[in-house]
Design a protein around this ligand. Structure first.
Ligand SMILES: C[S@@+](CC[C@H](N)C(=O)[O-])C[C@H]1O[C@@H](n2cnc3c(N)ncnc32)[C@H](O)[C@@H]1O
Length: 288
């Protein structure tokens, strides 16, 4: 279906109950996973078709507004990422057909991908201030996506859509090289324990994947409130041969034009310093 132009009322009649059931089952499964799976017993890279799992199953049910937005507006706003290892969507939520950004947004405009958009407040704010570009908020956390859809509807934002599932699969399998205007990674899970650091999303191979999907001149903007992760981010981003830091080390807050996010508020409340990094994809050197 053409999501931009399809009839949401008709689709709602077909999918609302299934979607509500899927949400309830997903939340139950997430709770169960959190209760029963020991921290070390998470699927490893080889079991996930080469990709590390960078997220936690999260607590939190959808509020009435979020659930309503998910059931009523998902056909218009939502895309479910095909993921061969959808163990966090148990029972599985059926993936959508191939990712077609034109059908999803109903136009061809520069695309900004936000990895781990959480409750989506920053996504909605940035999209509202930037109507010429499309914003795709991706997360595995369904209530947060419901929140973003509700914000988009309330504010009449035609340039916001959401993707549910592991965004690394979307990036690797469905986003063409050189096709993204920007990638935002705001306050990714810090995985503070040494044995879990390999789960951090900002590491050399994921940064190389993101850089490959960016257009030349496109921007990778990361932020964290975790000082030690900030050092690692800077090291990894600086080491990537296809990226150039737009600033000298950390990006000054007043220069980055980023609204406060939910996790940032928590970090500030707990007295943690905030670090932003803005790197740009550079073209191949002349003669190379
Ligand atoms: C710590 S939260 C930050 C949320 C939001 N950016 C903010 O600042 O409030 C990190 C989010 O990234 C999501 N996430 C982590 N890895 C992901 C992945 N591979 N695919 C999709 N979402 C992911 C998590 O589910 C979580 O919602």
């Amino acid at each position: 279906m053409d999501k931009a132009h399809g009839d949401p009322v008709e689709t709602h009649a077909i999918t609302a109950d299934a979607e509500a059931d899927a949400i309830a089952q997903l939340e139950t499964a997430e709770h169960a996973a959190e209760r029963h799976i020991p921290e070390h017993h998470t699927p490893e890279r080889h079991a996930r078709h080469g990709l590390i799992r960078t997220f936690h199953p999260r607590r939190g049910r959808a509020s009435t507004t979020q659930a309503d937005a998910l059931t009523r507006l998902w056909p218009l706003y939502g895309y479910t990422i095909p993921d061969p290892h959808h163990d966090y969507h148990t029972p599985a939520v059926a993936p959508d057909a191939a990712f077609d950004r034109r059908a999803l947004f109903g136009r061809d405009a520069p695309l900004v991908l936000e990895i781990g958009c959480g409750m989506g407040e920053a996504t909605a704010e940035m999209a509202a201030a930037d109507p010429g570009r499309d914003y795709l908020g991706a997360d595995v956390h369904t209530p947060g996506l419901g929140n973003l859809i509700a914000l988009a509807e309330a504010r009449g934002l035609g340039n916001v859509r959401v993707a549910r599932g592991d965004v690394l699969f979307l990036l690797r399998d469905s986003i063409a090289p050189g096709s993204l205007a920007a990638v935002h990674v705001f306050f990714p899970d810090p995985w503070p324990k040494a044995k879990h650091r390999k789960r951090r999303i900002i590491q050399p191979d994921t940064v190389a994947l993101i850089r490959d999907r960016l257009a030349v001149g496109g921007v990778l903007h990361c932020a964290t409130d975790w000082a030690e992760y900030a050092e690692q981010m800077l090291e990894v981003l600086q080491a990537d041969p296809g990226l150039r830091n737009r600033f000298d080390g950390y990006a000054p807050r007043e220069a980055v034009g980023r609204p406060l996010t939910g996790y940032e508020r928590r970090g500030l409340r707990d007295g943690r310093p905030i670090a932003d990094f803005v790197f740009e994809k550079i073209g191949p050197a002349i003669g190379s």
